[in-house]
Ligand binder design. Structure first.
Ligand code: C2O
Ligand code: CU
Ligand code: CU
Length: 490
C-alpha cells in the first residue's frame, strides 16, 4: 500500500445548482432520512427512504469523509421475510451517478426492481420496488451501488448495507434461542485529515484496492459476547472491494450453517473460513472454552501472483515486479470474543434446512476470466475474451432450465489473480472445484476461482426473464471490464 501514489478521492462535493430536482417531483427528496440502524418489514411491507450522500462520519473513532446510506457506514440493516413487499424511496445526493443492487436476492432484474442498468443522476430519486417470492431462501444478502466504472470507488467510499431475509433457519430452536451478531468486513484507508485515499488507476488498481484500516461494522477490533455453554451465530459479509478474509477464531472451531445463498443441511465444522469479496457465510460458535478473550484473526491469503511472462521478465532482469506481497499478508485481529456468564445451555442443532439437489444440466458452457495488459493502463479484463458492454448480450438462457457452467481462471500474461465469480438473480450450486467434488450441497451466489483453477456450477434459471449481469466481484476487476450481460428468456 505504501507504494501507492495517492490522490484525493473526495474533491468537490458541491453539485451544480443547474441540476434538475426530479426528486422533489417524487415528493421525497427533501425528506432527510433519520439514521436508523435497523429497518424491519411490518405487516408484510418494508417501506423506507434511503439516501446516498457524502459527509463526515466517525469511523473507528476518527473523522472520515465518506459516502453513506442514510449517514451510516455500513448503511441500515434491512430485514424482510419471504413474500414481503419492499419499496425503497431512493435519493442520490452524491455528486455522481449511482444506483442500487440487491445482491443475492431472487427478484426481477428489470423495471424498478433489481435493475442494475438504471442510473440515478445526482439530486434525483428512484423508487425501487419488488415483492420477495414466497419460496425465497432465508439468508444474509446485501445492497450496494452498481454503476459500471464506479462500483469499486463507491463501495470503497462506504456504500454497503446488509439485507437479511428471515425465514426457516431463524426458526430452528437452538438458533432462535442463541445470540446473533452481524459482521460487515470492510477495509478503508484515510489520510491524516480523514480523507479517503484511493490508489491511482494503473497498475495498482489491477490488483484491486485494499486499505490498511480493516474494520468490522466500521469499528476497529470490536468485542462480541458469547455465553458460557451458549450458541453465538456470526453472520459475515465481505463488503470489501478486493480484500479476501481468511478467518480463524482462537481455540474455537466454527460450525458453518449457511453460505451465500442460504442455509446448508447440517452444521459443518471448520477451522478456517475463506471469504472472497461479496461473499457471505454464517457460522455458529459454541461457548465451550474457559472464560476469557479470544481473537478473531484474519490470516494471510495470497490472491495474486506473477504470471508466466512476469516470471520470465523477472528471470531476465526486466525490472522488479511488485505484487507478491500486499497488506493482507499479515495476520490481523479483526474482533474479540469475550465470555459472559452462563446463559442458557444450547446444543448445536443437528439438522438445518434441506438443499434440494439440482437435475442434470440441459446446457453446458465455459466461461473464461482472463486479462491482458496493453501498454501501461490499457488493461483488458475480460470474460470469454470480451470486456463489458451493456448494449451487447453475451449469454442467452431459457427460464425453467438448469445449466452447468465451467468457470475457468484463464490467468494473464504478467499477473495471475483469483477471481470471485458472481451472478445476479439466480443462485447456483457448486458441483466441483478443480475436479474435486463439493463436500456438501449449498446455494451460492459468489464462488472464488483461484489462480490456475476452474469451478463447475449448476445454475437453475427460475421465475424471471430479463437482462442482468455476471461478473468478477473483485470490484476493480469488474470496473475494468470483467462483467458480461445475461438475458433470461421465456
Ligand atoms: Cu454484489 Cu453485481 O454484485
Ligand atoms: Cu450481485
Ligand atoms: Cu477478478
Amino acid at each position: 500500500m505504501n507504494l501507492y501514489t495517492r490522490r484525493r478521492f473526495l474533491r468537490t462535493l458541491a453539485v451544480s445548482g443547474a441540476t434538475a430536482w426530479a426528486g422533489s417531483q417524487l415528493g421525497f427528496l427533501t425528506d432527510d432520512s433519520p439514521a436508523a440502524s435497523l429497518m424491519r418489514s411490518q405487516g408484510g411491507v418494508l417501506d423506507l427512504s434511503l439516501t446516498a450522500k457524502t459527509g463526515r462520519l466517525s469511523l473507528a473513532g476518527r473523522p472520515a469523509a465518506l459516502y453513506s446510506y442514510n449517514g451510516s457506514v455500513p448503511g441500515p440493516r434491512l430485514e424482510i421475510r419471504p413474500g414481503d413487499h419492499v419499496r425503497i424511496r431512493f435519493t442520490n445526493r452524491l455528486p455522481e451517478l449511482t444506483n442500487l443492487h440487491f445482491h443475492g436476492l431472487h427478484v426481477p432484474p428489470s423495471g424498478n426492481a433489481d435493475n442494475v442498468f438504471l442510473e440515478i443522476p445526482p439530486m434525483e430519486g428512484q423508487i425501487y420496488e419488488f415483492t420477495l417470492p414466497q419460496h425465497h431462501r432465508s439468508g444474509t444478502y446485501w445492497y450496494h451501488p452498481h454503476v459500471h466504472h464506479s462500483i469499486a470507488r463507491q463501495v470503497w467510499a462506504g456504500l454497503v448495507g446488509v439485507l437479511v431475509v428471515r425465514g426457516e433457519l431463524d426458526e430452528i430452536p437452538e438458533i432462535r434461542d442463541g445470540d446473533e451478531e452481524f459482521l460487515v468486513l470492510k477495509d478503508f484507508e484515510l489520510d491524516a485529515n480523514g480523507e479517503l485515499l484511493t490508489p491511482d488507476p494503473a497498475p495498482q488498481i489491477m490488483e484491486g484496492r485494499e486499505g490498511d484500516l480493516v474494520l468490522v461494522n466500521g469499528e476497529l477490533n470490536p468485542t462480541f459476547r458469547i455465553s458460557k455453554d451458549g450458541l453465538l451465530r456470526l453472520r459475515f459479509l465481505n463488503a470489501s472491494v478486493a480484500r479476501y478474509y481468511r478467518l480463524q477464531l482462537e481455540d474455537h472451531p466454527m460450525y458453518l450453517i449457511a453460505t451465500d445463498g442460504g442455509p446448508i443441511e447440517e452444521p459443518f465444522e471448520m477451522r478456517e473460513l475463506l471469504l472472497a469479496p461479496g461473499e457471505r457465510a454464517e457460522v455458529l460458535l459454541r461457548g465451550e472454552r474457559s472464560a476469557g478473550r479470544y481473537r478473531l484473526m484474519n490470516l494471510p491469503y495470497r490472491r495474486f501472483n506473477m504470471g508466466a511472462m512476469g516470471r520470465v521478465g523477472m528471470m531476465c532482469g526486466m525490472g522488479r515486479m511488485r505484487g507478491t506481497t500486499i497488506s493482507s499478508n499479515e495476520p490481523i485481529a479483526l474482533a474479540t470474543l469475550e465470555y459472559r456468564e452462563r446463559g442458557r445451555p444450547l446444543p448445536l442443532p443437528s439438522r438445518l434446512v434441506p438443499v434440494e439437489p439440482l437435475p442434470n444440466a440441459t446446457q453446458v458452457r465455459q466461461v473464461v476470466f482472463s486479462h491482458s495488459m496493453m501498454g501501461m493502463d490499457g488493461n483488458a479484463f475480460t470474460i470469454n475474451g470480451s470486456s463489458f458492454d451493456p448494449e451487447r448480450t453475451d449469454t442467452v438462457v431459457k427460464v425453467g432450465t438448469v445449466e452447468e457452467w465451467e468457470i475457468v481462471n484463464g490467468g494473464g500474461m504478467m499477473m495471475d489473480f483469483d477471481h470471485p465469480f458472481h451472478i445476479h438473480t439466480n443462485a447456483f450450486q457448486v458441483v466441483s472445484e478443480n475436479d474435486r467434488s463439493s463436500r456438501f450441497r449449498a446455494w451460492r451466489d459468489v464462488v472464488n476461482i483461484p489462480m490456475g483453477e476452474s469451478v463447475r456450477v449448476r445454475i437453475p434459471f427460475q421465475d424471471f426473464t430479463g437482462r442482468t449481469v455476471y461478473h468478477c466481484h473483485n470490484l476493480d476487476h469488474e470496473d475494468l471490464g470483467m462483467m458480461a450481460v445475461i438475458e433470461m428468456r421465456a
